[in-house]
Design a protein around this ligand. Structure first.
Ligand code: PHE
Length: 342
């Protein structure tokens, strides 16, 4: 019995086998326990001999079990230490932080600047009806501005003669939607995506504008000039700017003006507020009475100004980016180069 259990214990490979052996040998119904129960039936002489012997055997088996148990536990621990080690001196893999896309950053900057001047934000759909994108803005069906805008048209079903929807070519339709939704007086900006079929270094088929609209009972171009000056100063972070209002034409404003800022290009970098160059940054004007009426407001009572700024364009200028298309390439190296990602 002794040799049998000692060798079985020595061979046991894991704790479960060892536990089975314990039950078989010294458990309540184990072989050794059963033999100890026989002691009662023995003569005193026999018992005197067998008793101590069985006790010694039981103790020996118990110690062998305990020693083996410890050895097995040590082996498990050693195996874990061998396989689960961690080299805390290795450099960490790094988790680059995400950043806002430069266009989103400029979008938010522009929104914040106008919010400071009391403008709230309005948005409209990117797929727009012919009415909102054109007619309501005093661009009738035959008007050349429609062709000039390189409009993307959607398709109507065969036999449906209604004019097709368009991908809005500017944010000006949100002027009409804001007038309808809120009436006058009104002070909103409308940032958003716009679309034109055009593609070169300074044009992408999708780009971003922010529209501005202010209507009240005594708004003049002087107010427009102040608002735009404040905006340009805040956006380009300069104390002084000089704006030039150049007579222009938009169907939805009368009079209309394109606005240039005085600047210089020293060694390829733009300096706003000084120099002999002029840089066009936006279109603007006094809202045409027909447009105010199309928005459901009485143009004899209310008048005001509107402007439209290219977000991508002013982002290119501010950050000195020569090719607009790079904004939409999702190239991390490019984003890092300009400090837009880490
Ligand atoms: N909608 C014009 C454009 O996209 C910009 C503009 C807006 C001009 C508002 C005047 C007033 O070119």
């Amino acid at each position: 019995l002794r040799t049998k259990y000692l060798s079985l214990i020595a061979e046991a490979q894991d704790a479960a086998v060892l536990e089975d052996l314990r039950v078989q040998a010294v458990g309540k119904k184990g072989e050794i326990s059963l033999q100890m129960r026989e002691l009662g039936k023995m003569t005193p002489e026999q018992r005197q001999e067998a008793g101590p012997m069985l006790n010694a055997l039981k103790n020996e088996i118990n110690s062998a079990l305990a020693a083996k148990k410890e050895a097995l536990e040590d082996a498990v621990l050693n195996e874990r230490l061998r396989t689960e080690w961690l080299d805390v001196t290795l450099p960490s893999r790094g988790r680059p932080a995400g950043t806002l896309h430069p266009i989103s950053q400029v979008w938010e900057e522009v929104t914040a600047i106008f919010a400071d001047m009391g403008f709230s934000v309005a948005e409209g759909p990117q797929i727009e009806s012919d009415w909102y994108n054109f007619d309501a803005l005093n661009i009738p069906g035959h008007h050349p501005a429609r062709a000039e805008m390189d409009t993307f048209y959607t398709h109507r079903a065969e036999g449906d003669d209604r004019p097709p929807h368009v991908l809005r070519t500017h944010t000006s339709p949100v002027q009409i939607r804001s007038m309808e939704a809120n009436g006058a007086p009104i002070r909103v900006i409308c940032p958003g995506r716009v679309y034109r079929a055009d593609y070169d270094q300074t044009h992408t088929p999708m780009f971003h504008q922010v529209e501005g609209l202010a209507l009240d009972k005594n708004i003049s171009m002087a107010n427009l000039k102040w608002v735009l000056e404040e905006f340009v100063k805040a956006f380009f972070e300069v104390d002084d700017v000089e704006l030039r209002f150049r007579a222009s034409h938009f169907p939805f404003t009368e009079p209309s003006a394109e606005v240039d800022i005085r600047c210089s290009w020293e060694g390829g970098t733009l300096k706003v507020g000084e120099g002999d160059d002029w840089l066009e940054i936006l279109g603007s004007g006094m809202v045409h009475p027909k447009v105010i009426a199309a928005g459901g407001i009485d143009p004899d009572v209310y008048q005001g100004f509107a402007f439209g700024v290219g977000i991508d364009r002013i982002a290119m200028l501010k950050y000195g980016i020569p090719d607009l298309r790079a904004f939409f390439d999702s190239d991390l190296r490019w984003l890092r180069h300009y400090g837009f990602a880490s």
